[in-house]
Design a protein around this ligand. Structure first.
Ligand code: COI
Length: 354
């Protein structure tokens, strides 16, 4: 399928790299494509970035049938643009589509569309350390209808956003709060896919965390409320007595691509990550015994984010000496060196754009 391009008449002013936050600015163009049962996915096009006109009854607004992905484009020292494991994002996107009753799309075509869009908006790919172009493919239900069923029509769009660090702390330890009161997802639910409702469901506890002075919520399992799951915007790792541990994919945890990259690197370095169920009590007890060496999160937006403090019930623990741990540093450096083209792509993770 050819992708026609309608260029924006006026281009926006580029931001100063030092002002880049996460997800506040958007480039000049976007990709759009529609679905209806007669034509399948059709009318792919790149056009000026802009609003999507919607009837107030549009299904996505009422029942949240919506999925998204997050991936990044990086500028190399040679001024090339490259993506990190984009095929994995589009494969996961189709898994989310399947679970949310959204028609599957051609993954190779969607990746080509993203690359075409990035090439057109290439002046937006920032080159300052720690910055990148965040890519947000999204699909939303478009039927104007108030009955509860899967929509017949959809819009697939991709928008681009030049970003800096996800957390205001940057690559410095964040503080997380473990909630026993709220849950993010349950087995058999949709916690393992990237659908809007998972994030909406996390907001109330997130607000409480912020009021208490914490950056994020650490979620426990929705049944027993004792097994550690994820942070919502990141998967989580613990280093206890030299063992690197991450919760196994329980069906209610997102299968993170950065999580998988951490595990692949650890395997390659001869120090494999143990994927298993881990209770919050085990984490607190390990701290008590002086064996909790590190905790860090992983995610596309957050990359690797060290955790410096955990609050659970009436206990507040400090991890390590409050500084970035050595494993977090090692994974962060290895992953970002590959992403920015500072190190050889030994794992076949890099996909060139130009
Ligand atoms: C990502 O890491 O790309 C995410 O989707 C997490 C968050 C920004 C919602």
């Amino acid at each position: 399928m050819e992708i026609p391009i309608k260029q924006a008449l006026a281009l926006k002013t580029l931001p100063d790299a030092k002002d880049l936050a996460f997800g506040t600015l958007f480039t000049d163009h976007m990709f759009n494509m529609d679905y209806d049962p007669d034509n399948g996915w059709h009318y792919p096009r790149i056009e000026p970035y802009g609003a999507i006109p919607m009837d107030p009854s549009t299904m996505v607004l009422h029942y949240g049938q919506s999925i998204f992905e997050g991936l990044k484009a990086f500028k190399t020292p040679e001024d090339r643009i490259q993506l990190f494991r984009p095929e994995d994002n589009f494969t996961r996107f189709n898994r989310s589509a399947h679970r949310m009753c959204i028609p599957l799309f051609d993954e190779a075509f969607a990746l080509d569309a993203a690359k075409e869009l990035i090439r057109l908006d290439r002046r937006w790919v920032p080159s300052a350390p720690g910055t990148s172009l965040y890519i947000r493919p999204t699909i939303i239900a478009m039927d104007p209808f108030l009955g509860v069923r899967a929509s017949y029509t959809y819009r697939f769009f991709i928008i681009l956003s030049p970003v800096g660090a996800y957390y205001k702390e940057g690559f410095n330890p964040v503080k997380i709060w473990v909630t026993e009161k709220y849950v993010r997802a349950v087995p058999g639910g949709v916690g393992e896919v990237k659908t809007a409702g998972n994030y909406a469901a996390s907001l109330f506890a997130g607000e409480e965390a912020h009021h208490k002075g914490y950056t994020q919520v650490l979620w426990l399992d929705g049944v027993e409320r004792k097994y550690v799951e994820e942070v919502g915007s990141m998967n989580i790792f613990f280093v206890i007595d030299d063992e690197i541990i991450t919760p196994s994919l329980s069906g209610s945890i997102l299968s993170g691509i950065t999580r998988d990259s951490v595990m692949a690197l650890a395997r390659k370095w001869g120090h494999p990550v143990t994927e298993r169920r881990i209770t919050i009590d085990e984490v607190m007890a390990a701290h008590e015994a002086g064996k909790l060496q590190e905790c860090f999160g992983s995610g596309t937006a957050a990359v690797i984010s060290p955790v410096g403090e955990i609050k659970y019930k009436d206990k507040q623990i400090k991890i390590g000496d409050g500084k970035v741990g050595s494993w977090a540093r090692k994974f962060f450096d290895a992953i970002t060196d590959i992403q920015y083209g500072h190190a050889e792509d030994t794992e076949g993770w890099i996909h060139p754009v130009d």
